[in-house]
Structure formats: structure tokens, C-alpha cells
Design a protein around this ligand. Structure first.
Ligand code: GDP
Length: 295
């Protein structure tokens, strides 16, 4: 398990053999290796620091278990803490008591937000939850067409009012339509910009206030690494998120963004995107991600 980290720790922990407590100097050596592994996995620096302090507390004074190599024992402490910070269990998408469940998708352009909107609808349909997609990205007409085409592909209707309408009004009417048609879940795709800007945040806040979603999901590109932390902080402070979808996990990213997103927002990652196809969405499992992050 975790060969890269294991190899590094092995040398640092040779000294420990024969001792019955994990000593301070061993811990410091080992923590340095964990810190390096997490930074290589693109976990945000501040998040790494906070995490390391937690592990330090847990490792100090831990009894060395008979028959267990101390480096492996330490790695287990690190792994368990990672799993715990990322939420331990998979948290499914909320389902409102009274239909429709309203899901607001947020995130920067190019992260995979529109694709994730369709992926989520397909996932819900497989659970017998009918969906309506709502296209509010009026700034990029191609985005509306993209959603319509994805909707056709998965046989899920798309509500749109073209690119001249007000996004808040589109969202409001979309939810109304979903309610009138007895749809289980309305998923609202919103505009993404290349960078966070105040107009974008203000519009998203107005949509949120108007439709009162049960879920506000931040779509985060796993390849953005360290930046995921700033992105999450801004969206969480200004809009308030209830969960996240980490996309492009089929790439070579080690997934450190998962730890950053959860640590900063406290909101669970609910799904991971693992490819361009609409089927390429999986529930997020903290233990699997912990293994990937540790490498
Ligand atoms: P948006 O601007 O955030 O709505 O992003 P799009 O949904 O248009 O996606 C941007 C690009 O990323 C497209 O080429 C998608 O096919 C691609 N994409 C989205 N999700 C994933 C994923 O999980 N893995 C990979 N490899 N590509 C993805």
C-alpha cells in the first residue's frame, strides 16, 4: 500500500525498531515525507499545514503495535486522517421531500460543468429520478447548444429561453416548469467565466436566492491543483456550496484538490468525473481518494 510514501518512510523509521513509542524525531522525519507527498499530490499548502498538525497530534504517543512495522502504522494514521477529513463515507445527492429537488451547478468555464450537469442527470435517471436541465449560460450561446445536445444524447429535456433572456428569470421559469411537469430533479447549469468576477458571483447569488436550491454543487477541475483551494474559498464565502464534483480525475492528477475542497468548505465531494463521456461519473469515496493522494 502507498509504495512511494512507504519507501520514503522506511528509511526514516528504521531507527524506531525496538522502541515501544513513536518518538518525536521519527514523527518529524515522517511528517516531512507526508508533507512532500501531499504537496506533490497538489494539496494546497495551508491545507497541508493544517493536516500535518492533526496527524502530528494523533501520532504522538501512539503505541507501537507488536507485529506491525512502525512506518506502516504511521501510514495508516495518515490514511485514516485523510479519509476522515474527506468525510469518511460517500454522501449522496440530496433529495427534497417535496419535488422537485433543485440542484445549482457552479464553477469556472472549462471545468466540465455543463458535462457534469448531463452526467448527473444520467446518474439520477438510472436511479429512476426524472430530470429537467436548465440552460442559463446566456453569455456563451454555444453553452446552450451544448446542453441541448447533451440532453438529446441522454434523453433528458432541456429548458432554455435563448441567449437574450435574463439568467435569473430562466432559472425561475425552469424550476416552475419542472414543478408543473412533476419532474423529480431540476439541474440548473450556470455561466462560468475564465476567472472569478464580481458580476458572475452576483448573478449566481441572485439565481440561488430566487430558486432556493437544495444543492449548490461546485464543479472543480482536479487538474487545477493548488488553485482549487482559492476557488472553493471564494465560492463558499460568496455563494455557499453544499457539495462538489471533482472532474477530470481520469487525468494524471493525484486528486489533492479533493482534500483542499473538503477542508476549506466542509462540504462533501459527491462525485468524480472520470472522462468526457456522459457515463463517466462516479460517486466519490474518501478511502479510494486517500489511497490515490498518498500515491
Ligand atoms: P464548462 O465550461 O465548465 O461547462 O465545461 P464543459 O462541460 O464544456 O467541459 C470542458 C471540457 O472538459 C470538454 O472538452 C469536456 O469534454 C471535458 N471534460 C469534462 N469533464 C471531464 C472529465 O471528467 N474528464 C475529462 N478527461 N474531460 C472532461
Amino acid at each position: 500500500m502507498f509504495d512511494a510514501l512507504s519507501n520514503r518512510l522506511e528509511a526514516a523509521w528504521k531507527k524506531l525498531q525496538g522502541q515501544d513509542k513513536i518518538s518525536q524525531s521519527n514523527i518529524q522525519d515522517a511528517l516531512r515525507e507526508v508533507r512532500r507527498a501531499l504537496l506533490e499530490a497538489d494539496v494546497n499548502l495551508q491545507v497541508v499545514k493544517d493536516f500535518i498538525s492533526e496527524v502530528e497530534v494523533k501520532a504522538q504517543g501512539a503505541e507501537v503495535l507488536a507485529g506491525v512495522r512502525p512506518d506502516q502504522q504511521f501510514i495508516k494514521i495518515v490514511h485514516d486522517e485523510l479519509v476522515q477529513v474527506m468525510g469518511t463515507e460517500n454522501v449522496p445527492l440530496a433529495e427534497a421531500q417535496e419535488q422537485p429537488t433543485i440542484v445549482l451547478m457552479a464553477g469556472l468555464q472549462g471545468t466540465g460543468k455543463t458535462t457534469a450537469t448531463a452526467k448527473l442527470a444520467l446518474h439520477l435517471r438510472k436511479l429512476d429520478r426524472s430530470c429537467l436541465l436548465v440552460a442559463t449560460d446566456v453569455y456563451r450561446p454555444a453553452a446552450i447548444d451544448q446542453l441541448i445536445s447533451l440532453g438529446k444524447q441522454i434523453d433528458v429535456p432541456v429548458f432554455e429561453l435563448g441567449s437574450d433572456a435574463d439568467p435569473v428569470e430562466i432559472a425561475r421559469q425552469g424550476v416552475e416548469r419542472g414543478r408543473a411537469e412533476g419532474v423529480n430533479t431540476v439541474i440548473i447549469d450556470t455561466a462560468g467565466r475564465l476567472q472569478i468576477d464580481q458580476d458572475m458571483m452576483a448573478e449566481l447569488a441572485r439565481i440561488k436566492e430566487t430558486v432556493q436550491p437544495h444543492e449548490t454543487l461546485l464543479v472543480v477541475d482536479a487538474m487545477t491543483g493548488q488553485e482549487a483551494a482559492n476557488l472553493t474559498r471564494t465560492f463558499h464565502e460568496q455563494i455557499g456550496i453544499t457539495g462538489a464534483i471533482l472532474t477530470k480525475m481520469d487525468g494524471d492528477s493525484r486528486g489533492g484538490a479533493a482534500l483542499s475542497v473538503r477542508q476549506i468548505s466542509g462540504a462533501p465531494i459527491k462525485f468524480v468525473g472520470v472522462g468526457e463521456k456522459v457515463e463517466a461519473l462516479q460517486p466519490f469515496y474518501p478511502d479510494r481518494m486517500a489511497s490515490r493522494i498518498l500515491g
